[in-house]
Write a protein that binds this ligand. Structure first.
Ligand SMILES: [Zn+2]
Length: 383
């Protein structure tokens, strides 16, 4: 196993530029699976050039495939579509293209997740995966002014030994933008506790624990992520709301939840958006950031997500502040993100987000905007 080399120069000379002010405000996204950002046309092109087959051969066919019956069905589709990514160039392309898309919605900082062991199981060399993503993160900053950090996921179906290997590779790339490790995949039937040794190994090297928890399982899974894995943040965490003592703990310890309402709707982890716990958790003092999870598969993007969140009653300034708090970056970067927030006219941003809310809710097929209006009214009453 070779040591990571210095990043090579991008093929095209990048044009450095900083993040420009965006009408819907600066955005920090802490929960996005890079494999799940690849739009259907690009996925089909990657399949063709890598000689891989997909269950559908057209954009329309793939889009149809992305109607998920439940969370397990989503995981099945995720695995059989994302295997078309095979080369260092593929992984690099995925990061750079998503940074371009997110920057167009005002993103200034992203934490990208990737699941290396699904690729390794199909014969891809680990080095290609880590180098490709790490190089892509550098190119993304140079070309689009978006800071990108990386957090590989341990899949809940992996053996403990394979999980330790993921953690060791993450540690090896800690100087190249790898800032934490996560736990993903089917939460039901796969509790976090067995993976504690992998998270301890990563923690010893200074990598944060950022597992999924409280998405399809309840408070017990969230407690396991906190106690056994030492979670610094939680991906989703929405079912914590079922346990008031746990909500108080999350608020007291300022554990940031990286919340993805459209994902929860698409995987049927929530029955509808009107009852989503984003606003209630925020009102209880739990910092919530906002993210897309797997935007290409869930028919969403950062713009839509922020419109939806505004429709539910969330405030853009709070979502951004939670992002600043939760970001696994160096303190210089965090100061820069904080200053960017302080320089933003959040009243104007929130007016724009509320104006976009009905269209965003309609775009994701939310059952009722009346419920969202109720939620907004309820939150206003709580403040
Ligand atoms: Zn996720």
């Amino acid at each position: 196993m070779s040591e990571p080399a210095a990043a090579g120069a991008p093929a095209d000379p990048p044009t450095p530029r900083g993040p420009a002010p965006h009408p819907t405000g600066p955005k920090i996204e802490l929960h996005v699976h890079l494999e799940g950002t690849v739009r259907p046309a690009t996925l089909l092109a990657m399949a063709r050039r890598n000689g891989e087959t997909l269950p559908a051969s057209t954009v329309e066919g793939l889009t149809e495939l992305y109607r998920f019956r439940d969370f397990d069905h989503f995981i099945q589709v995720w695995i059989i579509t994302t295997h078309v990514m095979r080369t260092e160039a593929d992984f690099r392309q995925v990061v750079v293209e998503y940074a371009a898309e997110a920057a167009a919605h005002g993103a200034v900082y992203l934490e990208g997740i990737f699941s290396p062991w699904f690729r390794v199981a199909r014969g891809v060399r680990v080095e290609e995966i880590f180098h490709g993503y790490a190089d892509g993160a550098i190119e993304a900053r140079e070309r689009y002014g978006v800071e990108v950090r990386l957090t590989p996921d341990i899949d809940r179906m992996l053996s403990v030994e394979d999980a330790l290997e993921v953690a060791r590779w993450a540690v090896r790339f800690a100087e190249r933008g790898l800032v934490g490790i996560g736990l993903g995949g089917p939460e039901s039937g796969h509790p976090p506790e067995p993976y504690a040794p992998a998270f301890a190994l990563a923690a010893d090297a200074g990598l944060a624990a950022v597992p999924h928890a409280g998405e399809t399982e309840g408070p017990g899974s969230v407690r396991g992520a906190l106690d056994a894995l030492g979670a610094r943040r939680l991906r989703h965490g929405i079912r914590a709301l079922e346990d008031p003592a746990l909500v108080r703990r999350l608020a007291d310890e300022q554990i940031v939840l990286d919340v993805c309402p459209v994902s929860n709707l698409r995987t049927r982890s929530v029955p509808d958006l009107a009852g989503h716990s984003l606003v209630a958790l925020g009102a209880a003092g739990v910092p919530c950031s906002l993210a897309t999870d797997d935007p290409a598969m869930f028919g969403t993007d950062l713009g839509v997500e922020h419109g939806v969140a505004a429709g539910l009653g969330a405030r853009s300034r709070d979502l951004y502040a939670a992002g600043v708090l939760g970001a696994l970056c160096d303190e210089t970067t965090r100061d820069r993100l904080r200053r960017l927030g302080e320089a933003t006219d959040w009243d104007a941003v929130e007016r724009a987000a509320l104006a976009a809310a009905p269209g965003a809710l309609a775009a994701v097929g939310a059952a009722s905007t009346d419920g969202a209006a109720d939620a907004r009214g309820g939150l206003a009453g709580a403040r």
